[in-house]
Design a protein. Structure first.
Lengths: 352, 300
């Protein structure tokens, strides 16, 4: 950063809390389930239900959770690839899609996304140079210039452009394809990159290379990442803060070290203890969580985790816990009755 | 290029494929076609038929419309009437050459028009989905409810005979099946992430269809469309035969077949010539479509 006389880290942190880069409030998306004779909406898949979080400039927010918990839907909602039912997203203080805010097209120049499936996210009929240059051309940059930028980006993501630019996706390996995807996302010179399981489909050695590439690019291009993954180790490696999702809701959010060292939501604890230990002697054979997540069409009442929670109480089935801070750590928020004084849960601390 | 190849560490660890020449989709298709002798052979026959049609004024030994009573139903091999004469003594070879012009035009134009109309309707329906898809495809289904030839007869009957109305009728018949094929392949392509990625790049629907969808759906649509050329030739010949299409004395294979059918007991070899030409031409288009399917059907 060029800001040599920056205020103290605490002040910076304080300012970021007040003025987040990406501010998500009450994001909600229900997918209707149609059926019956008249093809009416008979139920809703509550994919994302009242999700709020902030992303500070320059940080990496990791989003973890089981399959089907709404991670990818959240990503697509952020990009406005699907319309939210309700909720707002502010980018750099401007409301996305509002008249006096930032138009969606302009937002999409500044926020870009890398998809999980490196194969299906590249057009098999276009050479990679054209794929990378497509975005800039769409935004009115002259073709020669756009292609020049594409070649430069291919170098930047570690592909020898002179050799690769005329190749087609099927002539590349999975890792190379994902590098092309990263180059394509960077072609519009975005400020935020949403990585939706961007490395999950790669094998471990290639995954590590692409992860390191992403970390290098973050520095180089001064990027902010929203990193979505089901891989807890990868999230720990790249993230500054971590958001844990369960059935379309945020259950815990906080700094990565805090979450991994001191997980406070029972779900986060179960999730973290599901990681196999590197020591075979310490490996647990019992599953930390039994069963599948409940159906998001009819999510459990109250706390959505209560059907699988070892500490569940009747209050958990009745009332939804609110995401809030406990103790003196103001950056660590948890949605659990057990921590909330006066919630009615027997293990909850007494109201002060 | 002055750029220095400063690759990131680890990049080279992925084995590069080497300096193989990357080949695009269409050049791969061309290469595969070049390796297929059957398709090439029938392609050549088709090109010859086209050349014959184009060069008809040069090649034809006689005026195709000039009757010569002494040559009525002349047999094949008659001097200067190599393929014999028809029921009015007109030179068969000249009439077949000129007939190729009309028949190919009647075969290709409706297919081309149907490709434009049915193709754009199908791609639109497939890409937009939902209610638009419902609206377009159900209208197409209405046309499916009628037997093809019956619908054509009904349309030309309503519009009146003549080549222009024949073109319109065949275009209407061929558009729904093309729309259906286009809709189904477009629906498949729409589900790919690269369409979402293009949208995320800020591209509008038209640009996404032009750059990303068409490049993927054009192959299958073209294969299917080629196979319809023979159908179109046969329908137009059939309607001309029935008197709904081209009107006499125009030289058209279907019409020639109709007028010569009464002479089939007198001079069968001359009478079947137009039918043979229709058969050869539609065969060529069918086999060409088959060859294209083999060449274009690739999974990456």
């Amino acid at each position: 950063m060029t800001d040599g006389s920056s205020p103290g880290a605490a002040a910076t942190a304080a300012r970021q809390r007040i003025d987040p880069f990406l501010e998500v409030r009450g994001l909600k998306k229900y997918f209707p389930v149609k059926g019956g004779v008249l093809n009416r909406t008979i139920a809703n898949v509550q994919a994302v239900d009242d999700v709020s979080f902030d992303v500070a400039k320059g940080e990496t927010l990791g989003i973890v959770g089981e399959s089907g918990c709404g991670k990818s839907t959240t990503a697509r909602l952020l990009m406005r690839l699907i319309e939210p039912d309700s909720g707002t997203v502010h980018f750099d203080g401007r409301l996305i899609g509002a008249d006096n805010g930032i138009p969606i097209r302009e937002m999409r120049r500044q926020v870009q996304m890398v998809f999980q499936d490196s194969y299906s996210s590249l057009n098999a009929r276009l050479p990679v140079e054209e794929t990378v240059a497509f975005g800039p051309i769409v935004h009115g940059i002259p073709r020669p210039e756009a292609r020049e930028r594409a070649r430069r980006l291919l170098y930047d993501v570690g592909l020898d452009a002179s050799r690769f630019m005329k190749r087609y996706p099927h002539e590349l390996s999975g890792g190379q394809r994902q590098r092309v995807n990263v180059a394509r996302a960077l072609a519009l010179q975005p400020r935020i990159l949403i990585l939706d399981e961007a490395v999950s489909a790669l094998d471990k050695s290639v995954e590590a290379q692409v992860l390191n590439l992403l970390l290098d690019l973050k520095q180089e291009y001064d990027l902010t990442y929203v990193f979505i993954s089901h891989d807890l180790n990868v999230v720990q490696y790249v993230s500054d803060r971590v958001l844990v999702m369960y059935l379309g809701q945020v259950v815990e959010i906080g700094p990565v070290d805090e979450i991994y060292a001191n997980p406070r939501h029972p779900y986060t604890r179960a999730l973290l203890s599901s990681r196999p230990s590197m020591d075979p002697e310490l490996r647990i054979t019992e599953p930390p969580l039994s069963g599948d997540p409940p159906n998001p069409i009819n999510p459990p009442s109250g706390c959505r985790f209560h059907t699988r929670c070892a500490f569940a109480n009747e209050v958990c089935a009745r009332a939804s816990p609110v995401l809030s801070t406990f103790g003196d750590d103001t950056r660590h928020e948890i949605a659990c009755h057990m921590l909330s004084p006066g919630s009615g849960h027997p293990d909850a601390p007494a109201p002060s | 290029m002055a750029e220095v190849a400063t690759l990131r560490p680890g990049a080279e660890a992925e084995v590069p494929i080497g300096a193989i020449d990357a080949r695009g989709y269409w050049s791969t298709v061309a290469y595969r076609l070049s390796q297929d002798p059957v398709t090439i052979a029938f392609g050549v026959v088709l090109i010859l038929i086209f050349l014959a049609a184009i060069l008809a004024p040069v090649l034809a030994p006689h005026d195709p419309y000039k009757a010569n009573m002494t040559m009525r139903l002349a047999v094949i091999g008659t001097p200067s009437y190599m393929l014999g004469g028809d029921e009015l003594g007109r030179d068969m070879l000249s009439r077949l050459l000129y007939g190729a012009r009309v028949s190919l035009f009647m075969g290709l134009t409706p297919v081309f028009l149907a490709l434009l109309i049915g193709g754009s309707l199908g791609v639109t329906a497939g890409f937009l989905g939902g209610k638009v898809n419902m609206g377009i495809m159900r209208v197409m289904d209405v046309f499916y409810a009628f037997p093809t030839v019956l619908l054509a007869i009904g349309l030309t009957g309503a519009l009146g005979a003549g080549s222009r109305n024949l073109l319109i009728a065949i275009t209407v018949i061929l558009s729904p099946p093309i729309a259906r094929v286009a809709e189904s392949v477009t629906t498949q392509v729409r589900a790919f992430d690269f369409v979402e990625a293009a949208r995320a790049s800020g591209a509008d629907t038209f640009t996404i269809i032009r750059v990303h969808v068409l490049s993927n759906v054009l192959g299958p649509i073209l294969i299917y469309t080629t196979s319809l050329v023979s159908v179109s030739i046969i329908i137009s010949a059939g309607l001309s035969f029935l008197g709904f299409g081209v009107t006499p004395p125009t030289a058209d294979w279907g019409l020639m077949l109709a007028t010569l059918r009464t002479t089939i007991w007198v001079n069968p070899y001359v009478a079947v010539l137009p039918g043979l030409m229709i058969f050869i031409t539609s065969m060529c288009f069918n086999l060409l479509s088959d060859g294209m399917r083999n060449a274009m059907d690739m999974r990456f």
